[in-house]
Design a protein around this ligand. Structure first.
Ligand code: 3DU
Length: 223
């Protein structure tokens, strides 16, 4: 069954906590990025994890040299179940994060996911990212990362990238506010994949109802 990951990009701690209280039963995972962490502090990751017991992925799009990536991963994976990084900086930078994830796994017996971006979903991604995205997908496969990010706004690219990465789970943003069509991507994604939905849920008039609707659409599609 394709899973639903909420992009919790609100910039207020109380709003974030109230929101997850209301809708966590309709979602499978929560993605926390800079908007929430920079406004509320990194502890919000632990708070949301403790409150919901859902999979929590930090979308920090880490893109630095290996030694700095290690530090970011250490701080993040202490609380989060996974971290999103960029691959265009080179495989050594991704491997540095994988090393930290492994260390946590050994220590805690708990899976820590390293998820790599291939092609982003916004229009500007066609400028520099798209031309190298297939190569990035190949590197993701070689590194055996735990997931890759690929765009729901371009179903034909999603199909191509999925073909390259094979059984590596896809985490796909772009549905809703960015114009991606759910039905088009549900024909491409499989049971280990996720769609990411942010504004179409948290900015809607009734976030609880929107999350419920998405969860029902996913269920309906999966039979
Ligand atoms: O467009 P939405 O509001 O549904 O949010 C999409 C989320 O996914 C948001 O957190 C954004 O930072 C993230 N994301 C992309 O939109 C595109 C990418 O390629 C990678 C992450």
């Amino acid at each position: 069954m394709v899973k639903l990951m909420l992009a919790l990009d609100v910039m207020d701690k109380n709003k974030a906590l109230t929101m997850v209280d209301e809708i966590s039963k309709y979602i499978d995972a929560i993605k926390i990025g800079y908007p929430l962490v920079l406004s509320s502090g990194l502890d919000i990751v632990k708070e949301i994890k403790d409150k919901t017991n859902k999979e929590v992925i930090c979308d920090f799009k880490v893109a630095d040299i290996p030694s700095t990536n290690e530090k970011i991963a250490k701080l993040t994976l202490n609380y989060a179940d996974g971290i999103i990084c960029h691959g265009f900086v080179g495989r050594d930078s991704v491997e540095a994060i994988q090393k930290i994830a492994k260390q946590y796994e050994i220590k805690t017996h708990h899976k820590k996911k390293v998820i790599m971006v291939t092609e982003m979903s916004h229009p500007g991604a066609v400028e520099f990212m798209q031309p190298i995205a297939d190569k990035l997908a190949e590197v993701a496969k070689i590194l055996n990362v735990d997931g890759i990010v690929a765009p729901s706004t371009r179903p034909e690219r999603l199909t191509k990238i999925k073909k390259i990465v094979g059984n590596i789970p896809i985490i796909s943003p772009g549905i809703g506010a960015q114009g991606g069509e759910l039905n088009a991507v549900l024909d491409i994604l499989g049971e280990d994949d996720y769609i990411i939905v942010g504004r179409a849920i948290y900015k809607s008039e009734n976030p609880k109802e929107s999350a419920y609707k998405y969860s029902m659409l996913l269920k309906g599609h999966n039979g």
